[in-house]
Design a protein around this ligand. Structure first.
Ligand code: ADP
Length: 660
């Protein structure tokens, strides 16, 4: 076995690799950027080396800095994790030249699969089935459009260097082709400095099914079954599971063997994943091979009972694969959800900010939480906005789903918008429970899934107000004159506070109440409601509302309040001064910038009539283009931005005229 390993990565995957390496007795070395000096992976490792500034290109992508860190600490091997340098053939080469073991395939195998176009050409030769398409060198837009015409619409325009769904656009019809090509090229140029495109037939209801393969340096290669990653947004995985629902033994074997053929044809070593699109009729097509450990590898670990990082380290040390194909067993069902800092209700825009409150379910034989973040830390624009992976296992899919729903209900994150409530809706969705899966699932079920967090109703508002009022009490419990319980010398009087429902379209709610014994009497529009409650220092709010007992989570940071109730998290802000009730209708007239960025295009002018869902403007943020769409039909009254504008989060971009 190896004696030491440097992990050239950050976040959850760095932490996850460190855990296994440590269990196997290896000395672990972390590297970090200035933005990560107090990150969890740094604290977990035996040693840590600073490698540069916060931008990935100045640190985690800087090959010589990583290699120098390995030399300086005498690291025998480098584990690249996923992303960053993990699929960089030059880095694998540089490790080899520096006599450091690269925990991954040889540079030649990475190179072979590096470009989607080149990989496809290779796979065609090896007899692995491909989606009909054009992956040639001639990049003349006319040539690309001609091949799209030949393939037949809809087509998918994909960056050859692509990854993470960037530089990938669908052209539904010929008239859309040139615009979508231009947009894909811009994104690809921005993200990969390479805007070569390939064109593919766009399958309308495929499933994403991928095969985990493993090869050693002794000529052995096995497949560790499949994962279904069909639940995607913006062509990016959201939920992954293993095994794929409905998979037959025969199809599994055919796909598994095709994946092994692909791996063997390029002299593969280590962990890899061959991604396929699976059509309704059982035909499957090669998409790409990821020559590294995948984000979603834990579901495979759960159903096989294996530790894939342990296998990686053993193979890197020159050992044989621990098991042969016929020794591998598949047991039960596992699901993984990716918890992201993103706003599902605004087209899944990535979010940044500090995590002010963080609770995960306890880890058990059924629940695993992979994360690299702790309370108080920030999700910045420098790196991927994934906060954690929640992975569950049980004897079958139904039982695993029940585990997932529970685990999500026990997850509380505040300080920034996450997709947790959206994931909870997915986990509770009937069609998902029936495993009616394909990559268009989220789009097709949008009405049931979004908005993921409804506008706060009376119950959520009163609980948030109660939490706020109770949290104010802890200031000086024993001094009756400073306790904020509203006790007044000359008898009680009505008081009020204003809450802005941030997730519910910024509506302002004025809440009027009286102080009562053990709680408050709230004056609603037509009735009153007595709420008695206690708030623990851990943020557990136990309340009785009109005779009903409820439990909620409550977190407060400055003026921001988050209430966790029945799997949803309501974000609110206490208005510094009393504000008048504005209501959701007025708030819905404003189009607010969901995050900082740059305006690329504005599709409307003052006086334009738009239908619900019509594109209004395009915002570029975190290297992706996001289309802001009309939430309802109406007339644009005011346009407050133009292409090229750099904008702040929360800035008003457009305003609708009030109806009537
Ligand atoms: P990336 O490397 O950017 O993640 P992939 O090539 O892996 O891009 O594709 C990501 C996802 O896009 C797939 O999982 C699938 O949902 C969708 N996709 C890719 N190619 C096609 C296609 N030809 N037809 C339909 N959907 C596709």
């Amino acid at each position: 076995m190896l004696k030491s390993v440097l992990i050239a990565n950050r976040g959850e995957i760095a932490c996850r690799v460190i855990k296994t390496a440590r269990r196997l007795g290896l000395r672990t070395i972390a590297v970090y950027s200035d933005a990560d000096a107090d990150a969890l992976h740094v604290a977990m490792a035996d040693e840590a080396v600073r490698i540069g500034g916060p931008f990935a290109r100045d640190s985690y992508l800087k090959m010589d800095a990583v290699i120098a860190a390995a030399k300086q600490t005498g690291a025998e091997a480098i584990h690249p994790g996923y992303g960053f340098l993990s699929e960089n053939a030059g880095f694998a080469q540089a490790c080899a030249e520096a006599k450091i073991v690269f925990v991954g395939p040889p540079a030649s195998a990475i190179r072979a699969m590096g470009g989607k176009s080149e990989a496809k050409a290779l796979m065609a030769k090896a007899g692995v089935p491909l989606v009909p398409g054009y992956h040639g060198d001639d990049q003349d837009p006319a040539r690309l459009e001609k091949s799209a015409d030949e393939i037949g619409y809809p087509v998918l325009i994909k960056a050859s260097a692509g990854g993470g769904g960037k530089g990938m656009k669908v052209a539904q019809k010929k008239s859309e082709f040139r615009d979508q090509l231009a947009s894909a090229k811009r994104e690809a140029q921005n993200s990969f400095s390479d805007d070569r495109m390939l064109i593919e037939k766009y399958l309308t209801r495929p499933r994403h099914v991928e095969i985990q393969v493993f090869a050693d340096t002794h000529g052995n290669c096995v497949y560790l079954f499949e994962r279904d990653c069909s639940i995607q947004r913006r062509h990016q995985k959201v939920i992954e599971e293993a095994p794929a629902p409905g998979m037959t033994v025969a199809l599994r074997q055919r796909m598994g063997e095709a994946a092994v053929t692909a791996a063997k044809s390029i002299g593969y070593v280590g962990a890899g994943t061959v991604e396929f699109l699976l059509d309704a009729d059982g035909s499957f097509y090669f998409m790409e091979m990821n020559t590294r450990l995948q984000v979603e590898h834990p579901v495979t670990e759960f159903i096989t009972g294996l530790d894939l990082v342990e296998w990686q380290l053993r193979v890197a040390a020159g050992e044989k694969l621990p098991l042969a194909q016929d020794q591998l067993v598949l047991n039960g069902h596992a699901l993984e959800v990716r918890i992201y800092a993103e706003d599902p209700d605004r087209d899944f825009l990535p979010q940044t900010g500090r995590i002010t409150h963080l609770r995960f379910p306890a880890e058990t034989a059924h629940v695993r939480v992979d994360t690299g973040i702790t309370e108080g830390k920030a999700i910045s624009t420098y790196y991927d906005p994934m906060i954690a992976k929640l992975v569950v296992w049980d004897r079958d899919r139904g039982a695993a789903l029940a585990q997932l729903r529970r685990a999500l209900a026990e997850t509380e994150i505040s300080g920034l918008v996450t997709n947790t409530a959206f994931l909870a809706k997915l986990a509770g969705n009937k069609a998902f429970a029936k495993a009616d899966l394909d990559t268009g699932f989220i789009g097709r079920h949008e009405k049931e899934l979004l908005p993921s967090v409804p506008a706060a109703g009376d119950e959520a508002l009163l609980l948030a107000a109660t939490g706020l009022l109770l949290s104010g009490r802890s200031v000086a419990e024993d001094d009756p004159w400073s306790v904020a319980d509203g006790w007044r010398l000359y008898g009680g009087g009505q008081d009020h506070l204003s809450l802005i429902d941030i997730s519910g379209g910024q509506a302002i709610h004025r809440i009027v109440f009286d102080y009562a014994k053990g709680g408050f009497v709230f004056h609603l529009k037509k009735s009153t409601m007595l709420v008695t409650a206690t708030l623990s220092s851990e943020g557990r709010l136990g309340a009785e509302l009109g005779g009903r007992r409820v439990w909620a989570g409550f977190a407060k940071s400055g003026d921001d309040v988050t209430l966790f109730l029945d799997g949803a998290s309501y974000r609110m802000r206490q208005a510094p001064i009393a504000m008048e009730d504005e209501g959701a209708e007025a708030a819905a007239l404003r189009i607010i910038a969901p995050m900082p960025g740059r305006i690329i295009a504005v599709h409307v002018a003052e006086g334009t009539q738009v239908e619900k869902g019509a594109p209004l403007a395009v915002l570029e943020a975190m290297k992706m283009e996001h289309v802001l769409k009309a939430g309802h039909s109406g007339t644009i009254e005011h346009v407050g931005c133009k292409p090229g504008d750099q904008i702040r989060e929360g800035q008003e971009l457009l305003r609708f005229a009030a109806p009537g």
